[in-house]
Every structure is written in structure tokens, then in C-alpha cells.
Design a protein around this ligand. Structure first.
Ligand code: AMP
Length: 118
């Protein structure tokens, strides 16, 4: 069994978070350190540490992350102007929490996707 992170405690509501959506497969809550006016994390309820650990049986839940992202973007009023979905993986990807998550960010122009190559 992969190791749990604080995100499992958020799913079980053992630590506080602003949960905007939850069903039997995914949970979405506001990022505690928002980097945009809207910054939401959408995570599978099942612990998948990173995209390196994804298997074919995860196809359904990973597709569901996008469905929930689109629904939340509409609800948050950012769908028309657009937004960014990010999934970081590993050290070079800047992943901090090893429970796969999709960042939904919007509410202002987000600028170029990456810093210039160095
Ligand atoms: P990443 O760098 O892709 O692993 O992103 C991890 C994200 O989790 C960061 O944006 C953090 O601000 C966010 N985060 C960490 N702990 C919490 C928490 N307890 N509640 C909400 N967001 C959190």
C-alpha cells in the first residue's frame, strides 16, 4: 500500500480544508497557499503517489479528475476566460505532496507556462 499523505486526512475530513466537491472517487479542495485567485486541488480518493504510479485501472478516476475540473471551473466562473490544469511529478516537476493531484488555477492571466530554459 502506498504511504498516505495529509491529503488522505483531508479526504477523511480529519484535518480542515475547504472542500468544494467530493464523491466516491475524487475530492476537490482549495489550495492552502493559493497562487491564483482560484486555486483548487483535485485528487483521487485512492492514494496514487504520482503519475509514475498510474496503472491502466486508474484510467476511470483520472478521466473523472478532468470532468470535476471542468465542472468546478464553470462553478467558479473561470471557464469562459480560461484556466490552467497542472499535474507535477517528482523532483524536477516540483511535486511536494506525493498523492497525485491536479491543480486548477485561474481568475487572472497566468502568464507563460514555464520559466525560460536555463
Ligand atoms: P505540488 O507541488 O504539485 O505537490 O503541490 C502541492 C500543493 O499542495 C501546494 O500547492 C500546497 O500549497 C498544497 N497543500 C499542501 N498542504 C495542503 C493542505 N493541508 N491543504 C491545502 N493545500 C495544501
Amino acid at each position: 500500500m502506498p504511504e498516505e499523505t495529509i491529503f488522505s486526512k483531508i479526504i477523511r475530513r480529519e484535518v480542515p480544508a475547504t472542500i468544494l466537491f467530493q464523491d466516491d472517487r475524487v475530492t476537490a479542495f482549495r489550495d492552502i497557499n493559493a497562487k491564483a485567485p482560484t486555486h483548487i486541488l483535485i485528487i483521487p480518493n485512492k492514494v496514487i503517489p504520482s503519475t509514475n504510479d498510474v496503472t491502466p485501472e486508474d484510467e476511470g478516476v483520472l478521466g473523472h479528475l478532468f470532468i470535476v475540473a471542468a465542472k468546478l471551473a464553470k462553478e467558479q466562473g473561470i471557464a469562459r476566460d480560461g484556466y490552467r490544469l497542472i499535474v507535477n511529478c517528482g523532483r524536477h516537476g516540483g511535486q511536494e505532496v506525493y498523492h497525485l493531484h491536479m491543480h486548477l488555477m485561474g481568475g487572472r492571466p497566468l502568464g507563460p507556462m514555464l520559466m525560460p530554459a536555463g
